[in-house]
Design a binder for this molecule. Sequence first.
Ligand code: GLC
Length: 458
Amino acid sequence: MRIHFATSEVFPFVKVGGLGDVAQALPKSLARRGHRVDLFFPRYTGLPAGRTVARLEVAAGRARARFEVADQGDHDGVRYYTVGAAEQRLWDRPEGYVEKNLASFVLFSRALARLAVSPGWRADAVHCNDWHVGHIPAYLRRRGARCRTVLTIHNLAYQGLFPQSLADRLGLTGYGAGNLLAQGIAHADAVTTVSDRYRDETLSPLHGCGLDGLLRSRGEDYTGVLNGVDYDHFHPGADRHLPARYDVGDMAGKAVCKAELQRASGLPVDADVPLIAFVGRLVKQKGVELLLDSIDELAGLEAQFVVVGTGDRFEHAFARAARFYPNIGFHPDSAERVARLAYAGSDMFLAPSEFEPCGLAPLIALRYGSVPVVRRVGGMAQTIVDTGLGLSFPGNDRAQLLGALWEGIERYRAGQGWARLRDRAMRARFTWDEAARRYERLYRPAAVDAAGGKERGR
Ligand code: GLC
């Protein structure tokens, strides 16, 4: 099959969050399975110009853009293309989850939809990710295009919401005119999210972010497909970002990484003290408020804490805590190198998220031998708790968070049992191959399914 993969970010060109990793790894896995995959992302300011291979003019109401599609080379068997306008600045920098540049993304989506049905480019399926490209399924359906569309929700909290005035300017009318993600959910042939557990949660008003009714209406066309980890890429035995490498059975390098992380974080270098890391965007979703509310108690534990991440609203508070407490370190940084050192140098990985569609960071932490301590929500309830691979707590609650950390610290100090827990974590695998197989079935028109009888989704 020929698959177009539409995304706002892809590692290493642009990465804001987990979507960047997914966009790098899933297409690669599909290509390995014999599909032709073309990946499209916006030409943000500062990205290489690439070689222009197509030009097209796109309009949405009174907004217009002259797009250039530029070849950015082959990456693991996947062809990457940036799409940007010649004389217009549509995007300055990747904002990722932030709902900005809405008009630019509508125009971008139309350009991608047009490509999907153009001679020489024609796709069997377009895989759309998050609100940025939620307009593609709606636009293709309205034009009666025959190609399949799959929409994957990586985060339901960001929907691409429009004020009426902008919807008018872009000529968007009808259902979901002012909500790009809702357009995608309503019109894609198949809708997925990144774990079964999060799928179930989003069907209830508590986690449905106002779209639970619409999601319920999609019935069995809305499914969970668990993300994987690219183990070529996240591999402590081969990771060039680390000061020393290690793997199960040869763990000396992990101690070197721990000492380096302690030094880099301004913490006392001590091999025996349990070191607990948090790596993520500093936003409410990630449980950052709970962390800050508990910071005095955390500082009182016999452990060290390292926080890695950016997010303007919270950086100040973490910086202050790191100055004040000798066992707390903070890196206001989103560089891959710092994140890798935190995974490798820590003994435990804390993920207190309020909600979590999949939660790639704890899965990556497993591979680096950092035992996850997670809140029992979304994908993490499925991958870390149900499997017994880590420790957990149920509520957005200080006492519960501290209880789970305390248990972790006790078990770490007990020694022998800890090495077993850590080795099990390092051996666990969540591969992309299984996910790729599941998506493959969704890319195929329903009419061709063995069961037959079912026409194009709805
Ligand atoms: C978003 C979600 C995260 C998920 C990632 C990739 O960042 O918050 O849970 O792992 O997307 O799907």
